[in-house]
Design a protein around this ligand. Structure first.
Ligand SMILES: Cc1cc2nc3c(=O)[nH]c(=O)nc-3n(C[C@H](O)[C@H](O)[C@H](O)COP(=O)(O)OP(=O)(O)OC[C@H]3O[C@@H](n4cnc5c(N)ncnc54)[C@H](O)[C@@H]3O)c2cc1C
Length: 320
């Protein structure tokens, strides 16, 4: 049996968790989920569609929102009762920190960002992970009675297996020390619109945008195409856009049908975040920019003149 820690934000499941559940189901028919905090009923319905038949819902009157150590305590509680072969989570900051706490508390090895996992024996496994921004695939052997692993975003497709999941509620045994880290406030972006990680179209800008103002064109194009805006690290470092929009090794990994890159050179750290795109179109004044060799369509042009024309064409095509 495999346990998946499922992250949710006030009842909205992180879509990557469905990929993790699907990854677990390739290894074991019995995949059970742990969700923590309020609003889990909705989560159970959705998880049932992806083959989870039991959702362990950890609650406590002091757990009102995400808190990493209390989430780890909840998973540990379920682990102690069910003795799973493995515990997985999405390779997101939250999934990674919850599993890191479990690894530290139980002195277990943790393998992160796995793109393939094979359970080779009762306490052995082989995992594949991307290193150096995806330039190197590392295959490692792990010995552990319980395999703790985070799953790389978009390494596995989310595959449905509709059915009902029953909820088993339990009290999370938390102490004051488990509640020292928690969410105190939410500010800024992503209040509405398409989330970057799951967007079917991503319209991304780099240093070639020449400043924050030109991103209004990317927002407009993303809006017409029903997509999300992304950017390179230079852009977030300059404060032109929030970090939440950064695509890459140290940003979000995306896997859209279409990735449009405007004024992005294509450093390996950026490509690591967009190489799973089905179609990549790059617009760059430099025909020799590295991104042009990754692109399905490489357009050598000035983005500042091309974008207004493209927006007009896209608007006309959509009849918008
Ligand atoms: C540890 C580490 C982690 C990193 N993580 C990330 C990450 O997660 N994501 C990320 O993006 N980067 C990351 N980086 C940074 C990365 O190495 C690059 O510095 C960055 O991606 C470059 O951003 P850029 O392509 O926007 O800028 P540049 O490399 O400066 O490229 C700008 C491009 O715009 C083109 N251009 C200029 N004017 C125009 C115009 N008018 N029209 C069309 N094209 C034009 C230029 O020809 C050029 O190719 C990381 C670096 C390190 C060391």
């Amino acid at each position: 049996m495999i346990i998946v820690y499922v992250d949710h934000d006030r009842g909205e499941i992180d879509p990557l968790s469905f990929q993790v559940v699907s990854a677990a189901r390739t290894l074991d028919d019995d995949v059970q989920a742990v969700v923590v905090g309020p609003n889990a009923e909705k989560c159970a319905d959705e998880l049932g569609n992806f083959g989870v038949r039991t959702v362990h819902h950890g609650t406590h009157d002091r757990i009102a929102d995400y808190t990493p150590l209390a989430s780890a305590r909840a998973v540990l509680d379920v682990m102690d009762r069910l003795t799973p072969r493995a515990v997985f989570a999405a390779g997101t900051p939250r999934g990674s920190e919850v599993l890191a706490h479990i690894a530290a508390i139980r002195d277990l090895p943790l393998v992160t960002e796995c793109s393939a996992i094979e359970l080779t024996g009762p306490d052995t496994a082989e995992v594949t992970r991307a290193r150096w921004g995806g330039n190197l695939l590392e295959r490692s052997k792990v010995s552990a009675q319980v395999l703790l692993a985070t799953i790389q975003a978009h390494a596995f497709a989310a595959t449905e297996d509709p059915g009902a999941a029953q909820i088993e509620a339990f009290d999370v045994p938390v102490t004051d020390a488990d509640l020292v880290v928690g969410i105190v406030d939410r500010t800024g972006a992503q209040a509405s619109g398409v989330g970057l990680a799951e967007a079917k179209v991503v319209v991304s800008g780099g240093r070639g945008m020449d400043g924050p103002e030109a991103f209004a064109m990317l927002e407009e194009l993303a809006d017409i195409l029903g997509g999300a805006v992304g950017c390179s690290r230079v852009v977030t470092s300059a404060g032109w856009r929030p970090h939440a929009e950064q695509v890459g090794q140290t940003g979000t990994k995306v896997a859209p049908e279409l990735y449009l890159a405007f004024g992005i050179s294509g450093a390996t750290q950026h490509i690591a975040g967009c190489k799973s795109a089905k179609t990549l179109i790059a617009v760059n004044t430099d025909a020799q920019a590295p991104i042009m060799t990754h692109a399905d369509y490489a357009v050598v042009d000035n983005l500042h003149t091309l974008l207004p024309a493209l927006i007009e064409k896209a608007r006309a095509a959509k009849g918008a």
